[in-house]
Design a protein around this ligand. Structure first.
Ligand SMILES: [Zn+2]
Length: 259
């Protein structure tokens, strides 16, 4: 039996196989995260008509011969909106790549989740105005929330109380976010860091701001850097290995600002 699914989605990663094919990791509206083989994608550029580019929202036709087979076959891909121009700015490219890597690593396979696809598309739309750390924080927090790993910011991840977070609080990726002063002695892992009220409020604001408005969230440089480090620690704990795009973004920044 051949199952056919027509849906829309984005490419998370492509891997060359053989002389002419690609294995494509996709995030689709109807199927969630899937892997598909795109036969002839490398030998004929016309075959998929630009629908397999990085940062392209595409109409996708997928087929699978046997239920439970891991690989789908990509029968067609047509660009709906091509955001590939974003890649001209290396920082924007880095942020977009980081977002795709997070979806690739954190979204479970074949679990339909239109909200996740919507977040990626909202991120790309917002990145047209330029890179923004607050936008990236809003994306991370919304993605983690959608995938069942919401970051505790308004209540203690250990005791659920919300009234003791401004004195002696820490951020503990393993326990799930903010940990109040009373519970902080129980947080002893390597990733545990102090959590100032300002950083906590900034992240809480980012968690509830639509991506289209997140770039307007302003914060002092030190607090922005602290929030970034906390969130990288959080997603790093979820993923369980170093993220390649983080090293790329760091390299880009080092190249732009050699300080
Ligand atoms: Zn507590």
């Amino acid at each position: 039996m051949v199952a056919r699914v027509d849906t829309d989605g984005v490419v998370l990663r492509t891997t060359a196989v053989g002389e002419s094919d690609l294995v494509v990791a996709l995030f689709t509206r109807e199927l969630g995260r899937v892997s598909a083989i795109a036969r002839g994608a490398r030998s004929s550029r016309r075959r998929f008509a630009g629908g397999l580019g990085l940062l392209v929202h595409s109409e996708l036709a997928l087929a699978r011969r046997a239920r439970g087979a891991e690989l789908w076959s990509l029968e067609g891909a047509t660009a709906i909106v091509d955001h590939g121009g974003l890649a001209a700015d290396p920082v924007v490219l880095g942020h977009a790549s980081y977002a795709l890597e997070l979806v690739r690593e954190l979204a479970p396979p074949e679990a339909p989740d239109p909200v996740v696809l919507g977040l990626v598309l909202e991120l790309w739309a917002a990145l047209a105005a330029g890179p923004s750390p607050s936008l990236l924080r809003a994306f991370e927090l919304a993605l983690c929330d959608e995938l069942g790993s919401a970051v505790a910011l308004d209540r203690c991840a250990a005791c659920s109380r919300g009234d003791d977070l401004d004195r002696g609080a820490v951020f503990d990726p393993v326990r799930g976010g903010a940990v109040c002063g009373a519970c902080a002695p129980g947080s002893r892992g390597l990733g545990v860091r102090p959590l100032s009220p300002e950083v906590r409020r900034y992240l809480a604001a980012a968690a509830t701001t639509p991506l289209a408005e997140a770039a307007a969230l302003v914060v002092a440089d030190d607090e922005r850097a602290a929030a970034r480090d906390l969130m990288l620690g959080f997603v790093g704990h979820l993923v369980g290995k170093p993220l390649r795009s983080v090293a790329f973004v760091a390299q880009v920044h080092a190249g732009l600002r050699p300080t």
